[in-house]
Design a protein around this ligand. Structure first.
Ligand code: HEC
Ligand code: HEC
Length: 271
């Protein structure tokens, strides 16, 4: 009786040791499976995925994630720059030089103010990897309004519809258009969302509307001046009516530009 219980004890101890060993293995297992690197091979930047899906995220919040990157080359990997196209997404790198086999993380912070629906942001990593000097990671998410942002009539209320025109956002979304009109103004203030040729980008194309109708011109003018009631990314640009960055003349010049651009697109539909 005594003997069998001590055998049991030994078995339990053994099992515990094996379990602990497994735990240690898992704990120290890096994000990427261990790799054999050739000490003489050039630096090689590796990321676990080129698309990261943040899933369903709420409007007007900060959403973060950590991307891991590793050096699968033998020589030192030097990361020169990590950048994102929209200042609403900030990428911070923990360490910029990685020895052979080493890993680090890039911390991403996305400001979802004014965003709605599917969004896509690209994080570019520039390094001394001779084969892939720029690796781009795509961040995708679906931004949804919270209950308090929805009104009974299906419209959205956001805490600051003018956020795009303030603070750090202003440097890219307003400053380049100051004093400009027409096409130049469109490229500076609208092109980042609608495409510089108005054919569409992260936001819809604007050339499919029928600009021969006065009602369309009024609609387009109203959209630019007052913004979209259902999508806060289309902010109210009128200075007179909402404190936005554009004068009434500038808004008229944009309507004229779009009307012209649409007529050109109609003549050359295959371009
Ligand atoms: C460095 C320039 C830059 C700054 C600063 C910047 N943006 Fe942007 N923004 C862009 C560009 C370029 C796009 C076009 C989409 C893209 O490529 O990311 C964009 C797109 C957007 C969009 C369209 C929806 C989408 O796809 O994201 C929103 C909303 C937006 N920005 C909000 C903001 C807010 C809010 C700030 C300030 C916190 C800001 N941006 C700061 C350059 C900038
Ligand atoms: C930050 C991104 C962003 C910027 C900058 C932006 N827009 Fe928009 N715009 C949108 C979105 C998103 C919509 C769709 C709104 C909706 O679904 O109600 C839109 C809609 C529109 C529409 C209505 C299109 C339609 O088919 O109903 C017009 C016209 C328009 N924008 C013109 C402009 C002009 C001109 C500028 C520059 C002064 C501009 N936009 C700047 C995001 C943007």
């Amino acid at each position: 009786m005594k003997r069998s219980s001590s055998v049991g004890l030994v078995l339990i101890s053994l099992a515990t040791i094996v379990l602990c060993g497994l735990l240690v293995l898992f704990k120290f297992k890096p994000n990427l499976a261990p790799v054999l690197v050739d000490a003489y091979s050039p630096p090689k930047l590796v990321t676990p995925a080129l698309t990261v899906d943040l899933g369903l995220i709420p409007m007007e919040e900060h959403v973060g994630t950590n991307l891991s990157i590793s050096n699968h080359g033998g020589k030192l990997l030097a990361i020169k720059k990590v950048s994102s196209s929209c200042g609403c997404t900030v990428a911070k790198l923990k360490t910029s030089t990685l020895k052979a086999g080493a890993s680090t993380t890039i911390n991403i912070d996305m400001d979802t103010r004014l965003k709605l629906g599917p969004i896509e942001k690209t994080i570019d990593i520039d390094s001394n990897d001779p084969v892939n000097p720029r690796v781009s990671i795509k961040l995708v998410a679906q931004v949804h309004p919270t209950e308090k942002q929805k009104t009974h009539d299906g419209m959205l209320k956001v805490s600051d519809r003018l956020a795009l025109f303030k603070g750090t956002c202003k440097t890219c979304h307003v400053d380049k258009g100051v004093g400009k009109t027409g096409q130049e103004l469109f490229i500076a203030d609208c092109g980042m969302c609608h495409g510089v040729d108005a054919k569409g980008g992260v936001s819809p194309g604007l050339l499919g509307l029928d600009y021969s109708k006065p009602a369309t011109l009024a609609y387009v003018r109203g959209m630019i001046a007052n913004g979209s009631p259902s999508n806060p990314a289309m902010a109210p640009f009128s200075q007179k009516l909402h404190g936005g960055p554009l004068s009434e003349d500038q808004i008229d010049s944009l309507v004229n530009f779009l009307q012209y651009q649409a007529s050109v697109a109609k003549e050359k539909p295959h371009e």
